[in-house]
Design a protein around this ligand. Structure first.
Ligand SMILES: Cc1cc2nc3c(=O)[nH]c(=O)nc-3n(C[C@H](O)[C@H](O)[C@H](O)COP(=O)(O)OP(=O)(O)OC[C@H]3O[C@@H](n4cnc5c(N)ncnc54)[C@H](O)[C@@H]3O)c2cc1C
Length: 414
């Protein structure tokens, strides 16, 4: 694989850009792999990447029914932060955030990580107490956050209205090194690096069945034929219930649509991410100038990967109170993705009832920020059978009542 560099860009500019090679190969599936990962979203690709990089396992196929990053990875609002309450969450999200800092250099692919800061607004006394508590917990966990005053919020976000009639801004939980990254670049960067290690990233390859013998997976059935493997990783977000069904076990997961929208592009007016969890809305400005707006999840289970009018109305109406200037913006487009929600709003990174089958799901409305940390830990779990980053997130916790309650940090917003 040729390295991307300033020199390469200059060289190709002189050659009319005819010398670039394809970023990743499109191979035909082999008969058998050491490891198959189902799902080429960020989490599946990151898992494959760290299997190769950290554990030297490269006879790996990543099977994707659609196109790279075409699931939630390419549909999210790209917020990255690690200000969670519980210790296992802080560990995995902070690992991910720190890996985002050097991801472009590590992958030799510009993922446009922008640590522009994230503020979660406190708009009720309850939220003030909750966020002060989170800031204390974060200090103990080594995650840098602070509770800031309304005046400081206004200084950082001049377009904000602090004195909304229903929910005035009473302060905010700020994480200065949180931010955003370009979502599809994360998928592309990992895919390119996996392909360079000789792994097979196979698009338009839908898994339609999981074959097992004596309690172990032997391979998968796909629309491109049967493929055998020694180990299987299921990393399919909103489709996890279907895949678990194929493998013969059940998951404590509900699938719902989560929606987002963007406005027409405008001049730079907000250089950090603001989340208003009480009114169910959050907003950032993309490099193109569009205001990227996300709201809450649908209140009913469904698999519709699209937006709906009532959500635009609900989300924008709520945000207008805090950001009156958006009343005058035209909305450009909206979309939806199917997210996988657990009862405690924490992910599942776990062994399964099948001996050599592992599952990574349950990231719900907030898994983009976790991609590198999740891939790091899940690769370790698949390679070695245990991982300090993943152990608390096993399926057993639902049977044993060891919930990792992140409903405040993750339930509504991101
Ligand atoms: C509107 C929206 C906004 C969001 N905003 C944020 C945010 O700001 N910050 C944040 O941290 N998170 C956010 N999220 C959540 C985040 O996008 C997800 O948690 C994360 O992308 C999940 O990644 P994944 O790799 O697990 O899943 P996906 O990216 O969905 O990848 C799973 C892949 O599996 C494939 N697949 C499914 N079934 C099969 C099969 N049978 N065979 C082969 N392949 C299959 C799918 O096609 C898909 O490509 C948001 C989500 C949405 C929908």
């Amino acid at each position: 694989m040729k390295r991307y560099s300033a020199f390469a860009v200059a060289r190709e500019a002189l050659r009319y850009h005819l010398g670039w090679e394809r970023a990743w190969a499109s191979p035909e599936p082999r008969r058998k792999y050491d490891i198959i990962i189902i799902g080429a979203g960020g989490h599946g690709l990151a898992t494959a990447y760290y299997l190769g990089k950290n554990h030297g396992i490269t006879n790996v196929a990543i099977l994707e029914k659609g196109w790279l990053g075409g699931g939630n990875t390419g549909r999210n609002t790209t917020i990255i932060r690690s200000n969670y309450l519980q210790d296992p969450s802080a560990a995995i999200y902070e690992k991910a955030r720190s890996l985002y800092e050097s991801m472009s250099q590590d992958l030799n692919f510009n993922v446009m990580f922008s640590p522009r800061g994230v503020i979660m607004l406190a708009q009720t006394e309850h939220e003030v107490r909750g966020y002060k508590r989170t800031a204390q917990a974060n200090a103990l966990q080594g995650v840098t956050t602070e509770f800031i005053s309304p005046a400081r919020v206004k200084e950082i976000v001049p377009i904000i209205n602090l004195d909304g009639p229903r929910y005035p801004v009473l302060g905010g939980l700020s994480q200065a090194r949180g931010g955003t990254a370009r979502h599809d670049a994360v998928a592309w960067g990992y895919a390119r690096a996996c392909s360079a290690m000789g792994m097979h990233v196979i698009q338009k390859c839908e898994v339609t069945g999981i074959r097992s013998e004596n309690g172990n997976v032997t391979g998968v059935a796909t629309n491109r034929g049967d493929i055998d493997c020694d180990k299987l990783g299921i990393v399919v977000a909103g489709h996890s219930g279907h895949l678990a069904d194929m493998a013969g076990f059940r998951l404590p997961i509900e699938s719902v649509a989560l929606q987002a929208l963007v406005s027409e592009p405008i001049k730079p007016c907000m250089d950090c991410v603001v989340m208003a969890n009480t009114v169910h809305g959050y907003m950032s400005q993309s490099d193109k100038g569009e205001m990227v707006i996300g709201g809450g999840a649908d209140g009913f289970n469904n698999f519709t990967q699209r937006g709906s009018f009532h959500h635009i109305e609900e989300t924008v109406r709520a945000l207008c109170e805090t950001f009156p200037m958006i009343q005058r913006l035209k909305m450009l487009r909206q979309w939806g993705g199917i997210v996988d929600m657990t009862g405690d709003r924490s992910p599942i990174l776990s062994k399964t009832p099948l001996g050599n089958c592992f599952i990574n799901c349950g990231w719900g409305t907030g898994g983009f920020k976790a991609i590198p940390g999740s891939g790091w830990g899940f690769a370790e779990l698949m390679a070695r059978g245990q991982s300090p980053l993943c152990d608390a997130f096993s399926l057993d916790r639902f049977r044993e009542g060891r919930f990792i309650d992140e409903s405040v940090a993750a339930g509504v917003a991101h």
